[in-house]
Design a protein around this ligand. Structure first.
Ligand code: ADP
Ligand code: TRP
Length: 312
C-alpha cells in the first residue's frame, strides 16, 4: 500500500473553504486508499506565531475540524509535528546538504524579501523541515494546494541530495494537486487566504457564512458574477450551475442566496459532529497518533543516523 502524507499549519483557529477544498477534502477522499498521515505543523507555525496560547488553542481547533470533516483517526495517523522530534533532527541533516542559494529561491522566502519584510532563519529553512515531514514516512503522495507545489519539489531535491551522499534511503514523493480546485478564490476574487481576510469559514455559523458570501465582490455589469460562480463551482456540477445561473441572470442576490444554501447543506452535518468532540477527545487522538507516527519515524531515523555516522 502506498503512503499519503499531508500537513497544515495551525495558524488560524478555523479552517476556510480554501483549506477544505484545496487540502482537506482531497485528503478525505484519498485516505482510504493509502496508509495515511495527517500532521499539524506546529513547528512550522512558529515561523510566524508568537502566542503560545493561540498555538495551543488553534491546534485543538484544527484537529477538531479535521475529524468533523471526515478524517477518521482510527484509519489515519493524525498527529502533531512537535510530538515527533525526529522531524527537526532530520531537517538539520537536510540543511547540511542543500545550498543557501537553493533555499533563497523558495517562494515563501523570496516573496517576503521582495516585500522588504523581515525574514527569520526558521522561515528560510522551512522547506527542509517540510522535506523531513514528508520523507521520514517514505511518502508516495502529498495532497496539497498549488501554493505548496514547490515545497514538494524541494523535498525531492533533499531526498536526492541525501541519497547521492549516503546511498538510497529516501523515496521521491509526488504532489497531488486537485486540478479543478487548485486555487479556491476568496470573496475578493484573489486566492482565499486568511492573510487576505477574504475567507468563507468552513465551520462558521449560518450568519457568518451569509455575511461572507454577501460580501463577495461582484462585477456590476456582468450577467453572471464571476467570483460567486467560481466558489459555487466547487459545490455543484457545471450542468447544474448552467441552469441556476441561466434562471437568475443578473440577479446577484438570488445567486448568492443559492450559494449560501449549498454551503450550508454541506457544512451543517459536519458542524453537528464537531460539537461533540471535546478537548480531551482531541488530546487523546493526538497522543495516540503521535506515538504511531513516532514509531515509524524512529525506524527511518535509525537508518539515517547510522548512515551519516552519528550512531555506533
Ligand atoms: P492560508 O492561505 O489561509 O494561510 P494555509 O497556508 O494555512 O492557508 O493553507 C493550508 C492548506 O490549505 C494548504 O495545503 C494550502 O495549499 C491549502 N489552501 C489554502 N488556501 C487555499 C486556496 N485558496 N485554494 C486551494 N488551497 C488552499
Ligand atoms: N507548508 C504547508 C502549508 O503551509 C504545511 C505543511 C507542513 C505540509 N509540512 C507538510 C504540507 C508536509 C504537506 C506535507 O500548508
Amino acid at each position: 500500500m502506498q503512503t499519503l502524507f499531508t500537513g497544515t499549519k495551525p495558524t488560524a483557529d478555523r479552517l476556510h473553504l480554501g483549506n477544505y477544498f484545496g487540502a482537506l477534502k482531497p485528503f478525505v477522499d484519498l485516505f482510504p486508499k493509502y496508509e495515511s498521515f495527517m500532521m499539524v505543523a506546529d513547528y512550522h507555525a512558529l515561523t510566524t506565531m508568537r502566542s503560545g496560547e493561540a498555538l495551543c488553542h488553534n491546534t485543538l481547533e484544527v484537529v477538531r475540524d479535521y475529524v468533523a470533516a471526515g478524517v477518521d483517526p482510527g484509519k489515519v495517523v493524525l498527529f502533531k509535528q512537535s510530538d515527533v522530534p525526529e522531524h527537526t533532527e532530520m531537517a538539520w541533516m537536510f540543511e547540511c546538504l542543500v545550498s543557501v542559494p537553493f533555499l533563497m529561491l523558495a517562494h515563501a522566502y523570496k516573496d517576503k524579501v521582495a516585500k522588504g519584510e523581515e525574514t527569520n532563519a526558521g522561515l528560510f529553512n522551512y522547506p527542509m523541515l517540510m522535506a523531513a515531514d514528508i520523507l521520514l514516512y517514505d511518502t508516495d503522495v502529498v495532497p496539497v494546494g498549488e501554493d505548496q507545489r514547490q515545497h514538494v519539489e524541494y523535498a525531492r531535491e533533499a531526498a536526492s541530495k541525501f541519497n547521492n551522499a549516503y546511498g538510497e534511503t529516501f523515496k521521491q514523493p509526488q504532489e497531488r494537486i486537485m486540478k479543478d480546485v487548485a486555487v479556491v478564490p476568496g470573496t475578493d476574487g484573489r486566492k482565499m487566504s486568511k492573510s487576505y481576510g477574504n475567507t468563507i469559514p468552513l465551520f462558521g455559523s449560518k450568519d457568518e457564512i451569509v455575511k461572507a458570501v454577501m460580501s463577495i465582490v461582484t462585477d456590476s455589469n456582468a450577467e453572471s458574477p464571476t467570483n460567486v460562480y467560481a466558489i459555487h463551482a466547487l459545490l455543484r456540477s457545471r450542468e447544474e450551475l448552467a441552469d441556476i445561473y441561466k434562471a437568475n441572470k443578473g440577479k446577484y442576490k438570488a445567486l448568492k442566496e443559492s450559494l449560501i444554501e449549498d454551503i450550508e447543506a454541506m457544512v451543517a452535518p459536519m458542524r453537528q459532529v464537531r460539537e461533540y468532540i471535546s478537548d480531551d477527545d482531541v488530546k487523546r487522538i493526538l497522543k495516540d497518533g503521535g506515538e504511531r507516527a513516532r514509531a515509524r519515524a524512529v525506524r527511518k531515523m535509525n537508518d539515517v543516523r547510522t548512515k551519516v555516522g552519528i550512531a555506533f
